[in-house]
Design a binder for this molecule. Structure first.
Ligand SMILES: [Zn+2]
Length: 261
């Protein structure tokens, strides 16, 4: 940390960053002392050949040209490699903040060097970063896609169905249960598409295509305020391009192979 490094500095749930037209140099670079020697900085990876540290700070460093940006606005401009570092830093900072005491005996935990874990010096319990899998399913029926909106979405935006994996459940079981619970539809021919870590707060999104197998759309009013079948040529407003949901829906529109049976 006594050498020049890149810094992901979080203040008020925003990151200090500067984005130029080329998307480079988005993280401030310098010595720890340039940024007030942030306490408990975490090494989260490398950026442009230099170590990259993350830390929570209470006030902005002096003489910086960088500004505080929300994660979502950064994701739209940062590029895949920088986004990956931002997600990792955010998840690790949150995990450390939320696991300061042993969940078993209440003793303050200590950070283990060499791996991402915290250990209790009293009872030895080890805590790893929490990662919560979320299954996302895009259901096809011929040319149509099943899209729904949660009351939490931006106005007018529709997306694929998604829900948290429950304890003891496989991804496949979760996919069928979520679709059944949220819209009353049965699915078949589940195909894995891809995954994306998503730090709101600690999700791993796991996306699938599926085909319609029966039932009538009956939204669960607790989770879904509207749902319907949409032709690939006449889709409603969709999530932002940086989201896995959008990548999944775009892929379904491009690939004839994924038109339902
Ligand atoms: Zn303990």
């Amino acid at each position: 940390m006594n050498e020049s490094s890149y810094w992901l500095l979080r203040c008020e749930n925003k990151l200090l960053a500067s984005v130029d037209d080329a998307g480079g140099n988005i993280f401030p670079r310098g010595l720890a002392s340039d940024f007030g020697n942030p306490q408990d900085a975490l090494l989260v990876g490398e950026w442009q050949g230099l170590p990259c540290y993350a830390a929570d700070i209470d006030h902005l460093p002096e003489n910086t040209s960088a500004e505080l940006m929300s994660l979502r606005s950064l994701f739209n401009v940062a590029g895949a490699e920088a986004t990956s570092l931002i997600v990792r830093a955010t998840m690790l900072l949150d995990w450390r903040k939320n696991h300061r005491y042993c969940g078993k005996c209440g003793t303050p935990t200590t950070i283990r060097t060499g791996e991402s874990s915290m250990v209790c010096p009293s009872c030895g319990l080890v805590a790893y970063p929490r990662i919560s899998p979320v299954v996302m399913v895009l259901v096809s029926r011929g040319d149509e896609l099943l899209l729904a909106r949660s009351p939490r979405f931006k106005p007018g935006v529709f997306s694929a169905l998604a829900g948290f994996v429950e304890a003891g459940e496989t991804l496949e079981q979760c996919a069928k249960r979520e679709v059944r619970e949220e819209v009353g539809i049965e699915i078949t021919n589940l195909r894995y598409f891809g995954s994306q870590p998503w730090p709101f707060p600690d999700s791993l999104m796991v996306a699938f295509f599926a085909d319609y197998a029966g039932g009538t759309i009956t939204p669960d009013p607790a989770e879904i305020e509207a749902a319907g079948w949409y032709s690939r040529n006449a889709l409603p407003a969709l999530p932002e391009p940086v989201t896995l949901a959008r990548v999944l829906i775009d892929a379904a529109c491009l690939s004839e192979n994924d038109v339902g049976q």
